[in-house]
Design a protein around this ligand. Structure first.
Ligand code: HEM
Ligand SMILES: [Ca+2]
Ligand SMILES: [Ca+2]
Length: 299
């Protein structure tokens, strides 16, 4: 009663290629949709499972919650859904579209390709108050591990999946507190490489524009590679939660394994495996949930 590879091979054989070509065409005009869709899928899976609850419009739905305000790429899912409804009405779930689009986004940024089991159904509940399940960049490592464990994801999965930060950007508002008066010390977060600090301060001046965006993987924000982990080893993580993966003894060995060298290449294949795991969190299948007609509204 789970998801399976090729769920649509009989009912909508072009489903996966329609999603892929839609993601590709949006990516060409706006490459930020790739990190946007990967993050959106993660935020979907952690709240009510991977059921497209994140896509529902309304006054107090998930997308209105703080951690979801900067998600991007909704237009890509809507576009794919429109084309899928024309090709095979009522067949392909929005939850599957999002899971497939996340994989296609990784492929477009030169990451690994993996096979996405499908057959998810769409949820009918979306509440902003449920977004507290999502990890925050200020969470302690214990809290982060607990939030992942609650979804059946272990410490290795956590480190591997946060490696999704190898692409994309963050707004200055989420890390500039580390650069100037960290924990009221009057100095910067000591885990930041002193040679890197002035660069970050130049990107995010004190009392500057908090909405300005900075790459999460310094020097490699457009490429899906293991560079993110090398940056962590070198004190060049951007979010406090990312840098903690290196400073915390329980996660450091996993970071070390992905850093550079011959084993650096293992990150991509482990990421694919961890994504399959995350994409199956609390999925609705069979007769649970529904197949939405429009991804932004329940039927
Ligand atoms: C401890 C867990 C995590 C925390 C605290 C966290 C936090 C954040 C924050 C604060 C941002 C910046 C948002 C913005 O300014 O727009 C971000 C961006 C991002 N996150 Fe995470 N994240 C976590 C795990 C993950 C996971 C598991 C994935 C995917 C598998 C992921 C994928 C992304 C991507 C791709 C971006 C860039 C988004 C963009 O460029 O629009 N994150 N994350
Ligand atoms: Ca969800
Ligand atoms: Ca990268």
């Amino acid at each position: 009663q789970g998801t399976r590879v090729g769920f649509y091979s009989g009912s909508c054989p072009r489903a996966e290629s329609i999603v892929q070509s839609t993601v590709n065409s949006h990516f060409k005009s706006d490459p930020t949709v790739a990190p946007g869709l990967l993050r959106m899928h993660f935020h979907d899976c952690f709240v009510q499972g991977c059921d497209a609850s994140i896509l529902i419009d309304g006054p107090s739905t998930e997308k209105t919650a703080g951690p979801n305000l900067l998600l991007r790429g909704y237009e890509v899912i809507d576009d794919a859904k429109t084309q899928l409804e024309a090709a095979c009405p009522g067949v392909v779930s929005c939850a599957d579209i999002l899971a497939l689009a996340a994989r296609d986004s990784v492929v477009l940024t030169n990451g690994i390709n993996w096979v996405v089991p499908t057959g998810r159904r769409d949820g009918t509940v979306s509440l902003a108050s449920d977004a507290s399940n999502l990890p925050s960049f200020t969470d302690s490592m214990d809290v982060q591990k607990k939030k992942f464990a609650d979804k059946g994801l272990n410490t290795q999965d956590l480190v591997t999946l946060v490696g999704g930060h190898t692409i994309g950007t963050t707004a200055c508002q989420f890390f500039s507190y580390r650069l100037y008066n960290y924990n009221s010390t009057g100095a910067a977060d000591p885990s930041i490489d002193p040679a890197f600090l002035p660069q970050l301060q130049a990107l995010c001046p004190q009392d500057g524009d908090g909405t300005k965006r900075v790459g999460l993987d310094n020097g490699s924000a457009n490429k899906f590679d293991a560079s993110f982990f090398t940056n962590l080893r070198n004190g060049r993580g951007i979010l406090e939660s990312d840098q903690k993966l290196w400073t915390d003894a329980s996660t450091k060995p996993f970071v070390q394994r992905y850093v550079g060298g011959l084993l650096g290449s293992s990150f991509n294949s482990e990421f694919g495996k961890a994504m399959v795991k995350m994409s199956n969190v609390e999925v609705k299948t069979g007769t649970n949930g529904e197949i939405r007609k429009v991804c932004s509204a329940i039927n």
